[in-house]
Design a protein around this ligand. Structure first.
Ligand code: A2R
Length: 309
């Protein structure tokens, strides 16, 4: 059987499926990772991982043919280097679109209807002394989607069910999409009530949402980030929130996860979530299944199902 390396623990369903098809070596279970790699590295042909595969590790796997990654983002894998070495890289797109879009709308409702505060209000027994203050709502508002990709389109569909107008920004206009396009992110930010970021990480999106964009979003504007923490300049965001230059933010991703700036905890204009966009039982199962099917397809001599390289 083909030797594969599992870098970090994956779902039980994935490990069972991998065990039945491959000779599996678990890096995370090794007392001495270096010793394990010296012993099995030369025969490893496949890697199963979740978003990361450092160069130092790849260097120790001379026969590596494929990295099958759990998750849609692959910004922490050097795909250029893999391409140069002839290593296939796969991810798990599409199967997580619904869960991602669902969490996005959930965060938006939580932020504008102040659901965390309302919950705390009831639990603290404060309702008997008076009603919870009135809140905003999504209905009739304009949503600017930064990154109208697979997930962005599902967010757009759901936002319309909530009677929002949808516009978008990306590097290119998508001629077949019905939504107004903004070539300038700052101009879009100035025109919308909500800004949702769902672009990949990496150099081209690093701090795309910066002080200028937040200033343009303005004191009634809300920011939601469900893509990558690196896309938002967190220091600029903290400043904008503290100075009430924007109205609020809902964040599922952060610059230095799992570290979250403590200054955010003091603000009641934020809703915080621990990078759980795709973290449902159903979706994670489908993602894991795709990790396995990509490996099986490759080693059966077929093209992988969802290659990025
Ligand atoms: O720029 P375009 O027209 O290629 O549109 C893509 C957009 N995008 C960008 N927009 C502005 N500036 C950039 N530098 C930039 N780079 C990419 O992001 C496209 O509309 C969207 C990404 O869509 P997909 O490739 O279909 O990705 P998907 O599956 O929606 O996932 C997005 C990200 C993942 O990479 C993870 O980081 C996260 O969501 O979970």
């Amino acid at each position: 059987m083909t030797d594969i390396l599992v870098v970090k623990p994956l779902l039980d369903s994935v490990e069972v499926a991998l065990d039945s098809a491959f000779t599996v070596h678990k890096l995370y279970e090794a007392d001495d990772e270096g010793a394990l790699l010296t012993k099995v590295g030369p025969k490893i042909k496949g890697v199963a991982t979740s978003g990361h595969c450092p160069q130092a590790l790849i260097n120790k796997l001379p026969k590596l043919e494929i990295i099958s990654s759990f998750g849609v983002g692959y910004d922490a894998i050097d795909t250029q280097d893999c391409r140069a070495r002839g290593i296939t890289v796969t991810n798990t797109p599409d199967v997580l679109n619904d869960a991602m879009a669902e969490l996005t709308l959930g965060l938006m409702i939580a932020l504008c209807r102040k659901l965390p505060q309302a919950d705390a209000f009831v639990r603290a027994g404060r309702w008997a002394s008076g009603n919870f203050p009135l809140t905003g709502e999504l209905t009739g508002k304009t949503l600017g989607i930064v990154g109208l990709g697979r997930i962005g389109k599902e967010i757009a569909r759901r936002a319309q069910v909530f009677k929002m107008q949808v516009v978008y920004h990306g590097r290119t206009r998508q001629a077949h999409e019905p939504y107004p396009y903004y070539a300038s992110l700052t101009e879009m930010a100035a025109a919308v009530d909500w800004l949702v970021s769902i672009v990949p990480g990496g150099a081209s999106t690093h701090h795309l949402i910066n002080r200028e964009v937040l200033d343009a979003l303005g004191p009634d504007g809300m920011l939601v980030n469900v893509g990558r923490g690196s896309t938002v300049d967190e220091a600029a965001l903290l400043h904008a929130l503290k100075e009430r230059k924007i109205a609020g933010a809902a964040l599922d991703v952060f610059e230095d996860e799992p570290a979250v700036p403590a200054a955010l905890f003091a603000l009641d204009t934020v809703v915080l979530s621990p990078h759980q966009g795709s973290a449902t039982t159903r979706t994670r199962w489908m993602m894991g299944d795709l990790v396995v099917r990509n490996l099986k397809a490759h080693f059966a001599g077929h093209p992988p199902l969802t290659p990025v390289v």
